[in-house]
Ligand binder design. Structure first.
Ligand code: PLP
Length: 387
């Protein structure tokens, strides 16, 4: 196959595919003169609530603020411990810190790479207030187990669903077993606007009202009930998201089709492929494989014109910016650290073609063959060795 260039994102192509509709939506907002807390935001919140099967949603300026404002609205703050995973984007723990609470990081289940419920149980103290499962890469965490633990210890549950809109578990849907669901609409997420955006979805009307106040300087109409933030989702973004929300399920199906193509083409190679527990609906925000020589594979793919990225090569507790001074406790995290050293995200977006997936898989196969041959010469080990 002739060489191709395969990038990591398809959002410019996505814009071109929807150009007429998006341009019209943006133009209407521009002509309306209503750009902040306007009618597009109200309509988007209604449509998103329907999609999420939630009583209410509140549009915010980012997924990070969705987490922060939810914690604040739930009264989580100084003295409280919040249990989450270290195998996530920095913002999950950052929002806990910003609320004044202490993130307690526990290890992952190495197969799903999501928070491991028995480790939550072991990390609970009298100060524990909340659990924050992250649905990493588009695969829901085991919410049935998380919510059993939460009920037994009277804890709040906030789902970090920044990567998993449209996903579901075997016996549960997103939002069914928690106090709130936090979403991100930054462009690279499965539902993305042209910039930053986020939202919460909840069945708790009081919580929704509290977050509505916090996003607008503590105000609902004119007066200010409390100190707040400036964290609203702009009408321009809401108008674009309304166009795109209608396509999310179709895009998810395309992602799933590409994922099964990768699964099929890579199945016989000595690499670790994504695992989906039976009955779960994985929405493949990312298609993440693992190799002991992740850097070598990433470099080889780059030399073939293929962009593969890492999510996340440095776990939260390994970050320079981790505020150790804030008495954050870290439990042993061997699986998280192993994952950080091994993960590689292959190109995965709805606009990717099957030919491109074949090209990526062929390149990986060539790299594996070369590595195996090089090894066999040196050590006489065969292709059974995991690389
Ligand atoms: C993207 C992301 C966030 C933060 O969302 P922003 O909109 O970028 O602020 C939080 N958690 C996870 C798991 C994410 O992937």
């Amino acid at each position: 196959m002739a060489d191709m260039k395969i990038g990591f994102y398809g959002h410019v192509q996505q814009y071109h595919d929807l150009k007429e509709e998006i341009d019209r939506a943006i133009h209407e907002v521009l002509e309306s003169g209503s750009y902040v807390l306007g009618p597009q935001l109200v309509k988007f919140e209604q449509e998103l609530a329907q999609y999420m099967n939630a009583k209410e949603t509140v549009g915010l300026n980012s997924g990070t603020d969705a987490l922060l404002l939810t914690f604040l609205a739930l009264g989580i703050g100084p003295g409280d411990e919040v249990i989450t995973t270290s195998n996530t984007f920095f913002a999950t723990a950052e929002a806990i810190w910003l609320a004044g609470a202490t993130p307690i990081l526990v290890d992952i289940d190495p197969r799903t790479r999501n928070i491991d419920p028995p480790r939550i149980e072991a990390a609970i103290t009298p100060r524990t207030r909340a659990l924050v499962p992250v649905h990493l890469y588009g695969l829901p965490a085991d919410m049935a187990a998380v919510s059993r633990i939460a009920r037994a210890h009277n804890l709040l549950v906030v789902e970090d669903c920044a990567q998993a809109i449209g996903a579901r578990g075997d016996s549960f849907s997103i939002g069914e077993l928690s106090d709130a669901v936090c979403l991100s609409f930054i462009i690279q997420k499965n539902l993305g606007c042209f910039g930053d955006g986020g939202a919460i979805a909840t069945n708790n009307a009081d919580l929704a009202t509290a977050v509505r106040k916090l996003r607008n300087h503590g105000s609902l109409k004119r007066s200010h009930h409390s100190i707040g933030y400036n964290s609203r989702l702009d009408d321009l973004h809401a108008a674009v998201l309304r166009v795109k929300l209608k396509r999310v399920d179709e895009w998810t199906r395309l992602r799933q089709g590409l994922a099964s193509e990768y699964d099929r083409l890579l199945a016989d190679l000595p690499l670790t492929l994504p695992y989906t527990p039976p009955g779960y609906r994985h929405v493949y925000h990312l298609y993440v494989i693992e190799s002991n020589d992740r850097d070598g594979l990433q470099d080889y793919l780059a030399s073939r014109g293929i962009t593969a990225l890492t999510h996340y090569p440095i776990a939260i507790h390994q970050q320079e910016g981790f505020p150790w001074g804030r008495e954050a406790r870290v439990h042993a995290l061997p699986f998280t650290e192993q994952s950080a050293a091994r993960v590689l995200s292959l190109p995965m977006y709805p606009e990717l073609t099957r030919q491109e997936v074949e090209f990526v898989a062929d390149a990986i196969r060539t790299w594996v063959r070369r590595r195996t041959n090089a090894r066999a010469e040196g050590t006489s080990q065969g292709s059974e060795v995991r690389i």
